[in-house]
Design a protein around this ligand. Structure first.
Ligand code: ZN
Length: 463
């Protein structure tokens, strides 16, 4: 009898809680259950070095000008954008050597025809490194981090004046490179790309070319983290504990049919880029002490009158967001280096807060590593609407790639900015929630046994 007792207990627990194989393993919870921290991600974040970031930014500034139109200055001169590109490439190769050649260091070179802010055909070079996914079933999934290495002075097409670009965008370049350095020490099931783009200041030409190439080649990019002006400029009013994360609401490339659906279901606040922004904020909450660092999601594509490389990816249909410091100092960007009436102008290294950039890099690294470790998002998520009932049934296709061991159904009031409730499910493809679909927004995340979570996917109605 005593031998039977544990078995009896197990059966009783199963009957009370429901078998994981049948799906439901938890009651709905108020708030989102905290994810388990991944020790590998914690270790990678610790390796992010403010000193390394400072060295990177000071090296970038040493090229005097990284203006896109300085492309006729030979790299051998040690000045101009070509010299900067060569150095970035050689530095990524150093990181690759340290991991036994794990990074594929590449360039995407092309001639940009005459266009707005491009007075004559100009050669552009995007530099990137690929950390190929270690799991053949997941290696075609890609997460990407970017910064732009071109810089500018007061005049848009002035390719000769000093344009240090320490913050704009030496900081984003350093974030992308530092993520490559620390994450290349580990293996992830999915692929991570570290992009350092050119041509941003002239009109997003480098990222536009890269994003079009990705679309043409059918790359499955799940997320793009673009970092532009993340230097944490040391001036009054700066919040050194907060980074803004801008995301578009209604996808810029949505088709007429997709727009119709968005209007019908109230999906204005649930585009893929918005889900990515919420995901980043949740990673910051889990992996970084709130007093030290947080992400502030801004529900807007970008700042007024401004643009950035994430938009190039949005235009090709990819989820993409922009990280930017909390408060910009306009005397320290897009300005010739000078002093006027006691005011210092110019984008100089001394205004950059390297501890701040390191925290931005840590948040990027944690997000990239989480997504590259997580199962693929569930596919074809639907909410059944045929029957007029007050319960809500969601169905989906299993997360492809074999990493998922369960799913998390999220929901929130329609007026709430972020997910408020969750229910944990086992390895199922259907869940019925005791809450009316008419009153809330739902999404489904795939999860694994280690606690990694995919990006959430909102359902489309199925009749
Ligand atoms: Zn910029």
């Amino acid at each position: 009898m005593s031998k039977m007792k544990p078995l009896f207990l197990a059966v009783a627990i199963l009957l009370l809680t429901g078998s994981p194989l049948l799906g439901q393993t938890s009651a709905p919870v108020d708030g989102i259950p905290a994810a388990k921290l991944d020790p590998q991600i914690v270790a990678a974040m610790k390796n992010v070095s403010p000193q390394r970031i400072q060295q990177t930014i000071e090296k970038l500034v040493s090229f005097q000008s990284r203006h896109t139109l300085s492309a006729d200055v030979p790299a051998t001169s040690g000045k101009g954008i070509n010299a900067a590109a060569e150095w970035i490439k050689s530095e990524l190769e150093v990181y690759s050597k340290a991991c036994g050649g794990c990074l594929e260091v590449k360039t995407d070179e092309f001639t940009q025809d005459t266009a707005n802010r491009i007075p004559q055909p100009t050669k552009l070079i995007n530099v990137y490194a690929v950390l190929r996914g270690s799991d053949p079933a997941n290696a075609s999934r890609i997460v990407l981090v970017s910064g732009h290495y071109d810089s500018r002075a007061s005049e848009t097409n002035d390719a000769t004046s000093a344009s240090p670009g320490a913050n704009d965008d030496g900081s984003g370049t350093a974030v992308s490179m530092e993520c490559a350095r620390v994450l290349s020490q580990y293996k992830f099931p999915a692929t991570i790309i570290f992009l350092i783009a050119s041509g941003e200041e002239q009109g997003l030409y480098g990222s536009a070319h890269f994003a079009k190439m990705a679309k043409t080649l059918g790359w499955n990019i799940e997320a793009v983290l673009n970092n532009d002006i993340v230097g944490g400029d040391r001036s009054p009013g700066q919040d050194p504990h907060t980074v803004r994360v801008f995301s578009e609401g209604i996808p810029v490339n949505a088709s007429e049919a997709e727009l119709k659906l968005i209007r019908a279901v109230g999906g204005e606040n649930d585009g893929a880029s918005r889900q990515l922004a919420r995901y980043i904020a949740s990673i910051a909450k889990e992996y970084m002490p709130a007093k030290e660092f947080q992400a502030l999601p801004v529900f807007r594509r970008d700042r007024y009158l401004r643009g950035g490389d994430h938009t190039s990816f949005n235009e090709q249909g990819f989820a993409a967001v922009r990280f930017t410091e909390f408060r910009e100092n306009y005397d320290h960007q897009h300005q010739n280096v000078r002093t006027e009436n006691g005011v210092e102008y110019g984008d100089l290294p001394k205004f950059v807060d390297y501890s701040y950039v390191a925290n931005v890099a840590r948040l990027n690294a944690a997000t990239l590593a989480s997504l590259a470790s997580a199962p693929a998002p569930p596919a074809k998520v639907r909410v059944l609407t045929k029957a007029l009932v007050n319960d809500s049934t969601l169905v989906w296709d299993a997360s492809p790639g074999g990493l998922a061991t369960g799913y998390l159904v999220l929901w929130r009031d329609t007026g709430a900015p972020d997910w408020e409730h969750a229910q944990v499910f086992g390895n199922v493809t259907q869940a019925t929630m005791r809450v009316s679909k008419d009153n809330v927004f739902f999404a489904v995340q795939a999860t694994d046994a280690q606690g990694h979570r995919s990006l959430p996917v909102v359902p489309v109605p199925e009749r």
